[in-house]
Ligand binder design. Structure first.
Ligand code: SAM
Length: 332
């Protein structure tokens, strides 16, 4: 089987340098989609002028943001600085959202540091023109931690709205089976228990999502090199719940282009930015590849194979989480 991944780019600055000459966008530049559907910018989410350039006067009904919260976890930025930084891209989001709009923000909670940045972010959001709507948890199949604490397997997603945006409850129906036996009920005179009644098409995910597979190298949607890729299934769920076909959806932290690709699949228009030219290029390539081949990513391959056929150094490959880790079985 082919095994030609790009190592995690956050751990390999030298490889990032090799890729830079192959990137089409420089900071501040915007890629115009030849099909006129999406916009991809190599832009800074905190720069109001760059954000305005990307939007070119259009308004989005949905924002899905996944900022790099490890800046706090790894002590690269104090919590106050981080929150001040968040406030700036939240304000830039508010400036380009429609009056009826939804905002989803993925955020970490460092259990060794007062669960930051989640609580201070929530407090900051109380001054912003949004209503809090739901606190969603997505369950990972693999986790991290020690033998002395609960294994961390959750990802947090905050849902806010302003005005009265759409919410399609159909998007929430899933194939999640019921987990527990033991709740008995009479149906048509027959005693049935929970698991028996779970074979319904209408089970709602609620705000704990346990049915989403983390991305790993055997999946078609895998984008090696990216260290924080969200699965398409969760992004598609958000988009279907909170937007209509042809609506504009924004994502200020594009990375692997998950929101972009989900928009392409679901007939929405995406405006997305990443301040790193390499990730902006990966997004462009992922969209082009999907249009040309129907593939959602690079299972066992990588986005720069034409220019750099292979990264053969096995020491770098083993550090690539997308390569190394097999998912555990789902545990319910
Ligand atoms: C956690 S990742 C987003 C993952 C994404 N949701 C996905 O599924 O691929 C965060 C991304 O934000 C980008 N980024 C960091 N600071 C930024 C800024 N000020 N403006 C725009 N993008 C930024 C990083 O380069 C990184 O690619």
């Amino acid at each position: 089987m082919k095994n030609n991944p790009l190592p995690r780019l956050d751990n390999h600055p030298e490889i990032r340098e090799q890729l830079l000459p192959h990137c089409r966008l420089k900071p501040g530049e915007i890629w115009d989609d030849p099909l006129g559907k999406h916009v991809i910018g190599c832009c800074d989410a905190t720069d109001d002028q760059q954000v305005a350039n990307v939007m070119d006067g259009s308004r989005a009904v949905l924002a899905i943001h996944d900022p790099p919260y490890n800046l706090v976890a790894f002590d690269l930025r104090s919590i106050n600085e981080f929150i001040a930084w968040c406030r700036r891209w939240i304000q830039n989001t508010t400036a380009i959202l429609a009056s009826d709009a939804s905002l989803y923000v993925w955020l970490g909670a460092d259990q060794n540091d007062g669960f930051q940045p989640l609580p201070d972010f929530m407090v900051m959001m109380r001054d912003q023109p949004y209503k809090s709507r739901s606190f969603i948890t997505m369950r990972n199949q693999r986790g991290y931690g020690t033998q002395k604490n609960w294994m961390a397997v959750r990802q947090e997603l905050l849902y806010y709205t302003r005005g009265a945006p759409v919410f399609h409850v159909d998007a929430e129906y899933t194939d999640i089976p019921k987990i527990l036996r033991g709740y008995y009920k009479d149906v048509n005179g027959k005693k049935t228990e929970n698991l028996e009644r779970s074979k319904s098409d209408n089970i709602r995910a609620g705000n704990v999502w346990v049915d989403i597979q983390q991305v790993f190298y055997r999946m078609d949607e895998n984008v090696s090199g990216c260290y924080a890729q969200k699965p398409l299934k969760c992004i598609e769920r958000i988009i279907e719940a909170s937007s209509l076909p042809d609506d504009v959806v924004v994502d200020f932290f594009a990375h692997s282009g998950a929101t972009l690709l989900a928009c392409e699949k679901l007939g929405r228009r995406c405006a997305t930015i990443d301040n790193d030219p390499v990730y902006a290029e990966i997004c462009i390539r992922r969209l082009e590849r999907f249009r040309n081949t129907g593939h959602e990513g690079w299972q066992n391959g990588h986005p720069f194979e034409t220019e750099i056929p292979s990264f053969c150094d096995s020491s770098t490959a083993t550090e690539n989480e997308n390569v190394r880790v097999e998912p555990q079985q789902l545990l319910f």
